[in-house]
Design a protein around this ligand. Structure first.
Ligand code: PGA
Length: 247
């Protein structure tokens, strides 16, 4: 991996005024960043954020994308629509979508494939629940979730980004230790290596209560290529500290 990627996931947070203040704070504090940066914003704010980010080093991302191309799918947003707003990344398979919207591995894979076909890079999330970790099933779960995406035919998996997000660490303040995260990242790295000769182009991000205080240690692990940041991405100084730790 060359440059690390720090991606904010705003989830269902923000307002026109808050977004403007946040992005102005982030852009104003950036000083020749050594990493790639993105913010994944609510769809309603894509147009606003596209304007605010124009000409900046911060890429625009969405939090989901439809598995369908177009048509009678009320409430869904297509890759082509995202492209019209300059969207570069779309999160797919976030645990909140798997949990609250019943997204299966097959749906997540179809979304990733649709995004890739339309020129949007999917950030594919995988991660075990606390019960799965305690049952010793972490490796099995994350490998199954990743396999669904990388074994689809007809698309270039070296264009995906993977995010390991242990469900028990998301929004809980309970971060995985650098060693726990590294162990799972190494498993995912080996799986990607076996799947494509271009696996070193695939960034594996860590997500789950990454913050200004713990980012440097996590990002120092050999197989952690960046972060997917929820809560801490909503505060410009914290997000900037994480960006500065990614080199
Ligand atoms: P968190 O969220 O940083 O607030 O734990 C991360 C995520 O869900 O992507």
């Amino acid at each position: 991996m060359s440059r690390k990627l720090i991606a904010g996931n705003w989830k269902m947070n923000g307002s026109l005024a808050a977004n403007e203040a946040l992005l102005k704070g982030v852009l104003g504090g950036l000083n020749a960043p050594a990493c790639d940066i993105a913010v994944c914003v609510p769809s309603a704010y894509l147009a606003q954020c596209q304007t605010l980010l124009a000409g900046s080093p911060v890429a625009l991302g969405a939090q989901d994308v439809s598995q369908h191309e177009a048509g009678a799918f009320t409430g869904e947003i297509s890759t082509a629509m995202l492209k019209e707003f300059g969207v570069r990344y779309a999160i797919v398979g976030h645990s909140e979508r798997r949990q609250y919207h019943g997204e299966t591995d097959a749906v997540v894979a179809a979304k990733a494939q649709r995004a890739l076909a339309g020129g949007v890079t999917p950030i594919v999330c995988v991660g075990e629940t606390l019960a799965e970790r305690e049952a010793g099933k972490t490796e099995e779960v994350v490998k199954r979730q990743l396999a669904a995406v990388i074994h689809l035919n007809g698309h270039c998996i070296s264009e995906i980004v993977v995010a390991y997000e242990p469900v028990w660490a998301i929004g809980t303040g309970k971060t995985a230790t650098p060693e726990q995260a590294q162990a799972v990242h190494a498993v995912l790295r080996a799986q990607l290596k076996a799947a494509t000769p271009q696996s070193d182009r695939i960034a594996i991000l860590y997500g789950g209560s990454m913050n200004a205080a713990n980012a440097a240690q996590l990002l120092a692990q050999p197989d952690i290529d960046g972060g997917l940041i929820g809560g801490a991405a909503l505060k410009a100084p914290d997000f900037l500290t994480i960006i500065a730790a990614a080199h």
